[in-house]
Design a protein around this ligand. Structure first.
Ligand code: C2E
Ligand code: CA
Ligand code: CA
Length: 395
């Protein structure tokens, strides 16, 4: 494991490095400044498996550093180390998780060797050397992959809380890479956005989803199909017409289609996005505000865009039953959606407790590993049969 320690305090820095080496981790690099760490990561994007980072630092602080990790798409694990009070450390941890960084935990100073060891051992693949799995891809390679039809859709069921009925599926794209196997979207969607490939990706995903829905329909399975769209897809004003044509060509009613919109960065052209989203709704295509509560998915979007579904980010869902602040936010979001006449979906229902809690809170639709992980299209009919049996238990 290649570890990077970022802390301005020379004593703590040396202590951490010594502790890590004593625990058998030899590849440890220490930076006094966060800026230097960023530069290191820019030079070697795949050269680090774990970062231990202080929050309070002169120049660039830990929060700013996290921002850079998000920008760089840092795939490794992160441990926040701080002498600050618990709420600040928790907020920082949450912030990082909300950004989908792999947060392995938080440590209070002074850090004991035992704490450090426990945390490192809990890391998935703790001691095992990384395989080629973590390598990053080039735009050219992705473009070729799309052209060669290597993108495949998996589908994750969405279930009605009250009836237990499966109401639809969310399409989650994967890249069936000829050498690396199944590659997850976190490792190529941003790349597609940054290199003008996101429209080609979206079109491919949409076509495949419509074709799969057609197969299901032929077997008597009617499902609403949700497709993720990036804000970068909402640039060309003919986007709604394009989606409509594709749906009609596949014989899918427009009401059976939902577009989940995530805003990972600020909209470049707000007017165009508003125009497009409003026309999609006029065509009765469903619009869902994804990851609500994180990033830029906020009240401003709710005010301006006619979303009819609100997906509460999984960071507010899983474990909300034992966290008062999460639960407060969750309850308020559900109430707000209800007042706006929107359907609510909770993502990240990971266990029975989450299910019971969200159901009790009045959420409409459940999605998460407790129900099912995303699966290939051809597995869905068998899964649906199995679900019927489980469904009665949950009623
Ligand atoms: P998302 O839209 O928030 O999708 C949900 C992600 O959470 C999926 O990861 C899903 O597998 C995972 N997930 C589902 N249930 C649970 C659960 O109970 N617990 C936990 N911890 N995770 C759960 P996945 O498939 O890796 O997708 C990651 C993100 O990639 C998606 O986040 C979405 O933003 C993006 N994405 C996926 N497909 C597309 C696409 O076709 N186009 C665009 N633009 N983005 C896509
Ligand atoms: Ca989504
Ligand atoms: Ca989401």
């Amino acid at each position: 494991m290649r570890i990077l320690v970022v802390d301005d305090d020379p004593f703590i820095r040396k202590l951490l490095v010594r502790q890590l080496k004593t625990l058998g981790y030899q590849q440890v690099l220490a930076c006094e400044r966060a800026q230097a760490a960023v530069e290191h990561l820019e030079r070697q994007p795949d050269g680090t498996d774990l970062i231990l980072c202080d929050l309070q630092m002169p120049g660039m602080d830990g929060i700013e550093f996290i921002r850079h990790l998000v920008r760089l798409g840092y795939p490794g694990a992160l441990v926040l180390v701080s002498g600050e009070d618990e709420r600040i450390l928790q907020s920082a941890e949450r912030l990082a998780r909300g950004h989908r960084l792999r947060v392995a935990g938080a440590l209070y100073k002074p850090v004991s060797s035992e704490q450090l060891q426990r945390l490192l051992q809990a890391l998935p693949g703790g001691d095992a050397p990384r395989t080629g799995e973590a390598r990053s891809y080039g735009a050219e390679e992705l473009a070729n992959g799309i052209r060669a039809g290597q993108l495949v859709n998996h589908y994750q069921p969405k279930v009605d809380f009250a009836s237990g009925q499966v109401s639809g599926v969310e399409t989650l794209v994967r890249w069936q890479h000829p050498e690396d196997g199944l590659v997850y979207p976190d490792r190529f969607v941003t790349l597609a956005e940054e290199h003008g490939l996101i429209d080609a990706l979206m079109l491919d995903v949409l076509r495949n989803a419509l074709a799969d829905a057609r197969q299901w329909r032929a077997r008597g399975i009617e499902l609403q199909v949700a497709v993720n769209v990036s804000m970068d897809n909402l640039v060309g004003l003919d986007f709604p017409d394009l989606v409509e044509q594709e749906a009609l060509a596949a014989g899918a009613p427009l009401t059976s289609l939902v577009l989940e919109v995530t805003e990972s960065h600020l909209m470049k052209n707000r007017q165009a996005a508003l125009d497009i989203l409003t026309r999609l709704r006029l065509k009765r295509i469903g619009l869902s505000i994804d990851d609500f509560g994180t990033g830029h998915s906020s009240l401003v979007q709710l005010r301006d865009i006619p979303f009819n579904e609100l997906k509460i980010d999984r960071s507010f869902v899983h474990g909300a039953w034992r966290d008062k602040s999460l639960d407060g936010i969750l309850g308020a979001s559900l109430e707000m959606a209800r007042r706006l006449g929107m359907r609510t979906v909770a993502e990240g229902i990971e266990d029975r407790t989450d299910w019971d809690h969200l159901r009790g809170a009045g959420c409409d639709v459940a999605q998460g590993w407790f129900i099912a992980k995303a699966m290939p299209a051809e597995h869905l009919p068998a899964w649906l049969e199995g679900w019927e049996a489980r469904r009665s238990e949950l009623a």
